[in-house]
Every structure is written in C-alpha cells, then in structure tokens.
Design a protein around this ligand. Structure first.
Ligand code: HPA
Length: 264
C-alpha cells in the first residue's frame, strides 16, 4: 500500500473514523516501533497515527516522536497534518476555536529533539525553521475551513511545554509576553523532526480551554477531552478533506533541502 498522506491525532482523536478499508500496521524504525492505521478516504490512501496511543496511555514527554516521524517517512508519507488540543492565552481565541498554527516556541526540556546527533556519517546539521509549517497545507486548511463555515484563526504561535503538568499562571503570563497565543505539550519535536525528515507538516489546533490563570477554574484533562469530543467529527473531516484536496506536486520548501538523512 503506497501512502503519501498522514494524520497524527492527539488527545481525544484516537481513531480515523471515516476511513474505509482500515488496517493496522506496525513499522520498525531505528528508534523503535510505531503502530498506525492505514485506510482510504475518497479513494486516497491515508495513514492515521494516534500520538498518545489508542488508549491515551503515552504522556506527552514520553511519546516516541522520532519513531513516529521515522515510521511515516519510511512508509513513503510526504505530507502530515497533525491535530492537537491547546489552551488559549487570548480572549480572541476562545475555547472551540480552531487555529492553523504558523509559528512555535519550544519550551520543552527533556526530549530527543533531532535525527542529527552528530555521531554518524550524517554529521552536524542545522535545519532552517523560518517557516516551520508547510505553507501549501496551511493554505488548503484555510480553504477547507472556509468551505465548512467554521470559526478559525489562520495563524497562531504555539508554545510547547514539557508537561505532563499544566502551566502556572506566572508561566502563562510570561509566555503571553513572548508572543505565544496557545499552549500545548506535543507539537515539539514533532514539527521539527518532520522537517528534518523532509516531510511537509501542518498543525490544526483546537482550543479546548483557557490557560492557567486565565481560566476561572483549575484545569483538568476532562474538559480538554470533552471539547475535543464535541469537535471531533469536524476535525476529522477537515483533516481528511484538506489532505485529499492537495495538488500532487509539493510546491513548498519543506523538502527542498540536500540534507535529509532518512532519504527523500
Ligand atoms: N496547557 C497545556 N496543554 C494543553 C492545555 C493547556 O492549557 N490544554 C490542552 N492541552
């Protein structure tokens, strides 16, 4: 099965749902094994990978991001659309808003971050992140969301924390001063590894709650899951419709580098 398109589902998004001919696969990589579901949507093959596992058993700081991205790369995936749940730092982006992320700030602390550890023939590599998310997929996401009449923000800065704890109000205040719009625990290093692997990658975030100190009550995982459940059908459709409507040719810079160690 040739699969060039993939969805990575986050909290509350554990199954592809609307794909036909779904089948589970295991892929072995140099970084460990990864499971994904392969299937078809409107005749096109799509891989669906649940970042936290299907039972939400893997916390953000223990996700094997390298195995996930290396596995997608290995099966021939070229384009990835990742869904994440986020807290909001902005009144203008209330819970329920979908955000097409265009920048990130990395506040993670203890995760393997790269395919280039400098200890093999690949050597030392510094990857450009002037445009961290694929502009072609982002543009298609806008079109799909407009067609659906959904309320969304066409850009936003995601700050990625280490988790699994939520933030303090003081951290959220500081992040807002840095220019962050939303906060989550999983987009880094997923986005950076995807670029290192030469994959086009975009992120669609659902705002599930006001961030700590902005929210009138303590945060809990249940409200995140409930908001995600509310919007899950929409997110599934938006992700699938966006991927299948992409023109076959990748007109972006995401993969136009000479230094992809996993081979593009
Ligand atoms: N903080 C961090 N991660 C999150 C949040 C949050 O408020 N909401 C959903 N994921």
């Amino acid at each position: 099965m040739k699969i060039e398109l993939a969805i990575i589902g986050g909290t509350g998004f554990y199954y592809p749902g609307i794909m036909d001919n779904s089948e589970e696969f295991t892929v072995k990589t140099a970084f460990g094994e990864t499971q994904f579901i392969g299937g078809t949507y409107q005749g096109l093959n799509i891989a669906f990978l649940a970042r936290h596992g299907q039972e939400h058993a893997v916390p953000p700081h223990r996700i094997n991001y390298r195995a996930n991205i290396a596995a997608l790369q290995k099966i021939g995936v070229q384009r990835v659309l990742a869904a994440t749940a986020v807290g909001t730092l902005k009144e203008q982006l209330p819970p329920g808003t979908l955000v097409i992320i265009d920048q990130f700030i990395d506040f993670t602390k203890n995760r393997p971050q790269t395919f280039y550890d400098g200890d093999d023939e690949k050597g030392v590599v510094h990857t450009d992140f002037s445009e961290p998310y694929c502009p072609q997929i982002r543009e298609r996401l806008k079109t799909t969301l407009n067609n659906k009449g959904s309320f969304f923000a066409e850009k936003g800065t995601y700050i990625c924390t280490e988790g699994p704890r939520y933030e303090t109000p003081a951290e959220i205040k500081a992040f807002a001063l840095w220019g962050a719009d939303v906060v989550g625990m999983t987009n880094v290093p997923e986005v950076t590894l995807a670029r290192e692997a030469g994959l086009c990658y975009a992120n669609l975030s659902l705002v599930t709650n006001f961030a700590a100190g902005i929210s009138p009550r303590p945060l809990n995982h249940q409200e995140v899951v409930e908001m995600m459940e509310d919007k899950l059908d929409l997110i599934r459709e938006v992700c699938m419709d966006t991927l299948i409507s992409l023109p076959p040719e990748r007109k972006c810079h995401c993969w136009q580098k000479e230094n992809f160690p996993l081979g593009q």
